[in-house]
Design a protein around this ligand. Structure first.
Ligand code: SF4
Length: 305
């Protein structure tokens, strides 16, 4: 089957087998075209919870499929490519967090949503890059232990000097590849462009650009801006999506190195194989794991409104 035939077959089969397909923003455009919903990991989980279908296929990485299972435990949830992990989510375990809690007993533990379901069981609240400022701002707690991205955590801390932060974890290896030197070069090459980056980038980058925000925030900014040239500092798939969605504007990657192999591993063939039961993996979490990992997510919803 060629690409169009495969996409048509996936569209037919997903209706026949009552499947909702979710595609993270960093997936290839050809996967967006067969998806019921596209967005960031939290947005996708909410869509999965509300979707009428009984089965969900996640085109993304493992922690995203786990979050969907946590929020919609009655559904069968599949990860389209079983080897799609997140190197950042794997940097800290639940046991690591329990040890950190002993070291910082008076700190509230706040974890980025890009963490495993097992780690979520040990933390107090989850945040996303788009909701972190609001959620932590709404918390009465003034001592925060933030995991596992010190770059996102530092960007949040910068905006709320009234709170005290400690960090653990190393952050996203893909976004860490972008440097201040890349920004300097981009300014020389594209002097009229605005530079938009994700706060998973290092502080040396976020401090000298025009806008730092979540993936959806970057896309919204670029679409609504009157400017016509943008340099994008996040996973480079977003450059491709923006080129397709805003053909009248110009988009350039801030660094050719900002590519997440795990996010790019999933293909249309994987989705087809997952539907046919020949590839992919069903996500299983015990009732206890679901109950415990859901608590900090519910706290996020409560604080984020
Ligand atoms: S881009 Fe970074 S945070 Fe996202 S899946 Fe890849 S390694 Fe994980």
């Amino acid at each position: 089957m060629n690409k169009k035939e495969l996409q048509a077959e996936i569209m037919r089969l997903k209706k026949e087998k009552d499947i909702c397909i979710l595609a993270h923003a960093y997936q290839d455009h050809e996967l967006w075209e067969v998806a019921d919903y596209m967005g960031d990991s939290y947005g996708l989980s909410l869509q999965a919870e509300e979707a009428p279908q009984k089965n969900v296929i996640m085109c993304g990485v493992r922690f995203m499929a786990e979050t969907v299972k946590t929020l919609a435990p009655e559904k069968r949830v599949f990860l389209a490519n079983a080897s799609a992990g997140c190197p950042m989510a794997d940097q800290l375990t639940r046991e690591d967090v329990l040890k950190l809690k002993e070291k910082y007993p008076d700190h509230t533990v706040c974890a980025y949503i890009n963490t495993t379901a097992d780690l979520k069981r040990a933390v107090d609240v989850i945040v996303t890059s788009s909701s972190a400022i609001k959620i932590i701002g709404n918390m009465p707690d003034d001592k925060i232990l933030f995991v596992p991205d010190p770059n996102l955590g530092g960007w949040i801390a910068e905006q709320m000097p009234e709170k005290e932060f400690v960090f653990s974890g190393e952050g996203c290896p893909s976004h860490r590849k972008i440097t201040a030197d890349d920004v300097k070069k981009a300014r020389e090459l594209h002097p009229d462009a605005e530079i938009l980056v994700h706060p998973e980038c290092m502080a040396e980058v976020t401090k000298i650009v025009d806008f730092a925000g979540s993936t959806t925030g970057i896309m919204k900014y670029a679409k609504e801006s009157e400017k016509t040239e943008f340099v994008i500092g996040t996973e480079n798939s977003i450059v491709d999506h923006l080129k397709i969605e805003c053909p009248e504007k110009n988009f350039y990657p801030l660094s050719p190195k900002c590519v997440c192999d795990d996010m790019r591993i999933t293909t249309l063939e994987d989705v087809y194989g997952c539907i046919m039961g020949t590839s992919g993996e069903e996500i299983f979490l015990s009732p206890q794991e679901i109950e415990e990992s859901r608590k900090p997510i519910d706290r996020m919803i409560e604080l984020g409104g």
